[in-house]
Design a protein around this ligand. Sequence first.
Ligand code: APR
Ligand code: PHB
Length: 389
Amino acid sequence: MRTQVVIIGGGPSGLLLGQLLQRQGIDTVLLERHSREYVLARIRAGVLEAGLVNLLHEAGVGERMQRDGLQHEGIYLAHSNRGFRIDFRRLCDGAVTVYGQTELTRDLYQARDAMGAAMLHQVDQVEIHGADSERPQVNFIHDGRARRIDCDFIAGCDGFHGVSRNTIPADRRSQFERVYPFGWLGVLSQTPPVSEELIYASHERGFALCSMRSPSLSRYYIQVALEDNVQQWSDAEFWNELKRRIPHDAAESIVTGDSIEKSIAPLRSFVAEPMRWGRLFLCGDAAHIVPPTGAKGLNLAASDVYYLWRGLRQYYDAGDTRGIDDYSALALARVWKAERFSWSMTNLLHRFPGQSPFDLRMQQAQLEYLESSSAAQTALAENYLGLPY
Ligand code: APR
Ligand code: PHB
């Protein structure tokens, strides 16, 4: 079998890249390790920057997001039981769209089906060969049979635990990492959100976040110890703890209910450089991870996809390799800025084990500065809305 671009991974990065390329007449085969049902059962953040919204329209998959997505023109930051608003519209004339990543992934699967583009699920033992040659190929097992695809390029969109990144020889790759000493316990519940906009709360008992998926579906998180497991947290204990950490008026008005999903996620910052090795390109979580505090994971995947799509288009349209040659440097320049933002939001809002009284005062001072300074709020809004690409 032969195609132009093999895409490894059927998460948002792989699906969006595939959609953009297919619409340009560039042939792709997408390989996904899990079943479609498994991929669509994953619950992930759903805050979309305008850049991603535009890209979804460009890919022809923006319709449902446009209809059902919620426009948010600000967020609340809370500390010491009071909140203040970062007004995106006033500060930077922008907004984000709240639309679940699961829904976005569903739209992309439907669009790929409609195009009749090749997509194999439950592939096993994916191996990349010859990425540093003119003739790369991908070998794998599907339906019990060994298969091979020859191609021009390989897009490694296979997430943090995929095979693509580790195909790049260790002596050609640098990795930068910070693992945070806590996790987020998340609950999805069929209840109206406590606030029309997201609330990010710093509290002496730890961070809390009030988010949502729709006007009747809420998503809440609390910072927990890394050793905690989900079974330890009953729904009642979760709601009690959340209420203690958010401002009183929110705690009093929150509607609680049974959890539909409850899970603990670790927090990590990670970047692998470079994002290209020969004819293999890394996209999204395969190359970098951010802690969820700035909602940047999905949006960074989108800017990678944009740069790679543009580069491949230039190559196929005009034989011009400049776009793919610049891919890694361009993508990484944006990745590092979002890493910085996500790291700074995480540092600002969480309690760290062993934090000194000095560290606590620094957090407090930074929150008070943010509360009182329009310049500081503008910097936060600019980053939250997403730097240009
Ligand atoms: N072969 C084929 N598929 C693989 C392999 C493999 N060896 N390893 C992993 N995969 C698949 C996973 O099953 C997953 O569906 O690759 C996909 C990667 O998807 P994501 O982890 O969602 O990563 P990405 O598409 O880059 O999305 C980035 O979405 O998942 C969130 O936190 C993430 O918000 C970020 C954004
Ligand atoms: C979410 O809704 O899951 C969410 C929103 C904002 C974040 C992180 C997660 O910063």
